[in-house]
Design a protein around this ligand. Structure first.
Ligand SMILES: CC(C)(COP(=O)(O)OP(=O)(O)OC[C@H]1O[C@@H](n2cnc3c(N)ncnc32)[C@H](O)[C@@H]1OP(=O)(O)O)[C@@H](O)C(=O)NCCC(=O)NCCS
Length: 406
């Protein structure tokens, strides 16, 4: 059997590595035209690949640095893991495990405190210390049943822009939204060509509309329509599918929804990957026009530097708790941490709760509860009173949401 070796990707090897990813994800081979759009978002830097005896890539693990807003509003440098795959004829021989180790050691050596990814399956990344930390929702809003309440979302103007205008205007617009929602991603220049420009200038029929309020442009939506009409059901309209909807003000958000729900010959507006707490039902005269079609994990997060990550976020009001963290891949993280509203320190005090770094990661963005993981046997309790304290400290009222695909 041939052997593999894992090393950093060299300049000129990126396209072959992208082919490995596309094939593993069952996507079409990438055309020259598509590669030209994708290349700026797929540099050699930040990539580790597995190669066979002939130096042909058979596995890829890619990342680039972004900033994520953590609970409390601070931004933390985060390695956004944007492509992980092993060629089907090389799977289950430890390639992913070897690539993940190389990548985690690189993040730690560079002082990157967090890593995040979108997982294709729920069973892959826990073993590497990642936990499902933010969640999103699929919605289907029925038309014509959905009517936006009077007096909201009427003050602004929505206009279509061409793909070229969208490429020029939307990045600067998005960068102004830097809100306080935990999970928000500042999108670096590298992100836009492969993830946004390629989408809106491609042949998927995506339309971009921008909302303007009293202070200028303040929101945008990217959507496509899927025509489901036929002669046997003439009343059935198209489905309008939102790909992205971001707004800088509540009025811009309501104005964009008002616009989407006004498009003729549409029987429903569908959105995947929306925030759990997006108040669409509250916006409508009939809240039952909104259906939740799924709730699913969004970002899987890895605390690469536990102390730095814990210190970056804020905490609710409760007495401090002593957590003992176990980390097989990055043993520098092993140890006890005193976590409270006044700050976070390493401590020699007795542990009250003992948990793996993956469990801590899943609670880091303020979603989920220590109590639930205790019930599921995933947190060891050494002091029962610590469970409620830990929940009071970590849980946040606002739902963490990223809303940026990578
Ligand atoms: C997921 C994928 C990267 C795994 O690569 P791999 O090289 O086969 O993984 P490894 O051999 O290092 O496996 C490590 C462990 O994870 C398990 N594992 C890996 N992928 C798994 C999967 N999809 N389902 C269940 N278990 C999986 C292995 O069984 C192994 O377990 P063990 O340590 O108990 O023996 C590969 O199957 C793949 O490319 N799949 C299609 C694309 C994809 O889903 N990519 C991820 C995008 S987020």
């Amino acid at each position: 059997m041939s052997e593999f070796h894992v090393r950093a990707v060299a300049e000129g090897e990126q396209r072959a590595c992208l082919e490995v990813l596309e094939q593993a994800l069952h996507a079409k081979p990438i055309s020259d035209e598509d590669w030209a759009k994708m290349a700026p978002s797929w540099p050699a830097a930040g990539k580790f690949a597995a190669f066979d005896d002939h130096d042909t890539p058979v596995g890829i693990s890619s990342s680039f640095d972004i900033e994520l807003t953590v609970p409390g509003g601070r931004k933390l440098v985060t390695a956004a893991v944007d492509g992980v795959a092993v060629r089907a004829d090389w799977t289950r021989r430890g390639i992913l495990t070897t690539m993940m180790s190389a990548q985690l050691e690189d993040f730690a050596a560079r002082g990157v405190p967090l890593a995040a990814l979108h997982a294709s399956e729920g069973v892959i990344y826990g073993r590497y210390g990642y936990g499902a930390a933010t969640f999103d929702r699929g919605v289907f809003v029925e038309r014509p049943r959905a009517q936006v309440r009077d007096g909201v979302g009427r003050d602004g103007v929505v206009r279509f822009v061409t793909p070229a205008e969208a490429v020029e205007r939307v990045p600067a617009l998005y960068n102004r939204f830097e809100g306080t929602r935990p999970g928000f991603a500042a999108r670096p220049a590298q992100w836009w060509p492969g993830f946004f420009d390629r989408l809106v200038t491609g042949d998927g029929g995506y339309r971009v509309a921008i909302h303007s309020g009293p202070d200028g442009d303040d929101g945008f939506v990217v959507y496509q329509t899927i025509d489901t009409r036929d002669r046997t059901a003439p009343e059935r309209g198209a489905i309008l599918e939102i790909r992205e909807l971001h707004a800088g003000t509540p009025e811009a958000w309501a104005g964009l929804w008002r616009f989407l729900l006004s498009v003729d010959l549409v029987s429903g507006v569908a959105g995947r990957g929306r925030p759990l707490d997006e108040p669409i039902a509250a916006l409508l005269t009939d809240p039952r026009a909104v259906n939740t079609t799924e709730i699913i994990d969004e970002l899987w997060v890895r605390l690469v530097d536990v102390l730095t990550a814990l210190r970056a976020r804020t905490y609710g009001t409760a007495e401090p708790v002593v957590l003992e963290v176990l980390d097989k891949q990055l043993p520098d993280n092993n140890g006890r941490y005193l976590v409270g509203p006044g700050g976070v320190e390493r401590t020699t005090a007795e542990a009250e709760l003992r948990l793996d770094v993956a469990e801590l990661a899943s609670l880091y963005f303020g979603q989920g509860f220590f109590r639930d993981l205790v019930v599921a046997g995933r947190i060891e309790v050494l002091d029962e009173g610590a469970v409620d304290r830990a929940d009071a400290l970590f849980h946040t009222a606002r739902a963490a949401w990223c809303g940026t695909f990578f």
